[in-house]
Ligand binder design. Structure first.
Ligand code: ATP
Ligand code: MG
Length: 267
């Protein structure tokens, strides 16, 4: 398991809001409601949580979920050391105790028996039973659980159970509106308006190919990577081919169609 613990970021993580997500998050935090962020890869979910932790002045503990993640990985376990056994607190327990925001990334990847430890934390009880040490930990009033997942990747078997889903307020994420995405690409890609505008125009054309069989469409993250290459001196068309087109597909016909769109956009 990879758990990353941190204090609240001292510098504001740059975030362009795309709707009322900041206000909804703040209200959920004040009312101790858990949040589920749904949306495609690279559309700003992680950045949003980092920004909100900074805004709310809470530490952020991030846990990447995968199918080997066990309840003990989240809660804690006894470890054998030189001085005998000792209790090693897991990242979820620490977040519950310290009043951190606990962000479980790609929660559908976690097994059901792991996800159920979240249940008593996400209803009126707000407790975490620590069976192994015979304790019941009451959550700090500042503790908040945030989970994310990408509905596109979700396979039927990997969907969350209704009893889990219905414990969360869901925020739908998507790629930002054009002017917002241009602002993001300028800021994060250290580029100018003309380049960012062209990249976002190209992204819209490529995203329209989803109906014609392109399984993966370019995310804001890919646009930023492309902008950075252009800023570092790589020619725009070459940067688009390497950073934007190639990562998306191995299908020769689709790649050729996407390259045509690059040439159309950057003449
Ligand atoms: N609304 C936004 N404001 C500021 N930056 C953004 C925004 N959306 C995307 N970005 C930029 O895009 C990058 C990718 O976003 P982020 O890592 O938050 O995506 P994600 O939705 O968590 O993706 P994944 O599902 O793959 O984890 C960020 O590092 C940031 O530079
Ligand atoms: Mg993320």
């Amino acid at each position: 398991m990879s758990a990353m613990a941190s204090v609240a970021p001292p510098v504001e993580p740059y975030y362009q809001p795309c709707g009322d997500e900041v206000a909804i998050f703040e209200q959920c935090h004040a009312r101790q409601l858990a949040i589920m962020l749904k949306g495609p890869t690279g559309c700003g979910k992680t950045r949003f949580v980092e920004h909100m932790a900074w805004r709310l002045k809470r530490p952020l503990i991030t846990i990447s979920c995968h199918d080997d993640l066990s309840a003990s990985d989240l809660v804690g376990r006894f470890l054998i050391g030189h001085q005998g056994t000792h209790w090693a607190e897991g990242p979820l327990t620490r977040a519950v105790r310290e009043g951190a925001i606990c962000y479980l990334d790609e929660v559908v990847e976690a097994r059901q028996d792991t996800v159920v430890v979240l249940h008593p934390l996400t209803d009126h009880r707000r407790i975490l039973p620590l069976d192994k040490i015979g304790e019941i930990l009451e959550a700090s009033p500042h503790f908040q659980l945030v989970v994310s997942y990408n509905p596109g990747y979700q396979r039927i078997l990997k969907d969350l159970k209704p009893s889990t889903r219905q414990r969360f307020v869901a925020l739908d994420f998507d790629f930002p509106p054009a002017e917002r995405e241009i602002a993001i690409v300028i800021h994060e890609g250290a580029t100018d308006y003309a380049t960012a505008h062209a990249l976002v125009t190209l992204a819209h054309r490529l995203r329209a190919l989803q109906d014609r069989g392109l399984a993966e469409v370019p995310s804001t993250r890919l646009l930023i990577a492309t902008a950075r290459l252009i800023t570092s001196g790589i020619a725009a068309q070459a940067a688009c081919r390497a950073a934007l087109i190639s990562p998306l597909s191995d299908d020769a016909v689709l790649v050729a169609a996407m390259r045509d769109l690059v040439d159309l956009t950057f003449i």
